[in-house]
Design a protein around this ligand. Structure first.
Ligand code: FES
Length: 104
């Protein structure tokens, strides 16, 4: 639900298919990515649900500090610069539910 993910915060979710993703809110929009750093294919967060940098401006990998744009997942600083997080397509319904558009 959207109310579970406040502006400039993020929440991790484990999908039934084993994928680990996280969703974050920025300026009223929601963005979801696989919880996998393109640098070493490790999970991004060190503390639970801590996916953003100190200023809550960028998504941050806790391992080597790579920074990613919230809106696109593009790495703009760090060892994987030029690469990107893998986006997860979601849709937000009027009831406040967040739904995944998964491949069949
Ligand atoms: S593993 Fe994420 S920046 Fe190195």
């Amino acid at each position: 639900m959207t109310e579970d993910i406040p502006e400039r915060e993020a929440r991790a979710f484990d999908l039934d298919n084993g994928d680990k993703i996280f969703i974050t809110q920025r300026d009223g929009s929601f963005f979801a990515y696989q919880n996998l750093c393109p640098h070493l294919q490790v999970e991004l967060e060190f503390l639970e649900n801590q996916f953003l940098d100190r200023e809550q401006e960028y998504i941050e990998c806790s391992t080597h500090g790579a920074l990613f744009l919230v809106e696109s997942g593009e790495c703009v600083s760090g060892p994987c610069q030029g690469q990107a997080l893998e986006k997860v397509v979601i849709s937000v319904h009027s009831d406040g539910g967040i739904y995944l558009a998964l491949d069949a």
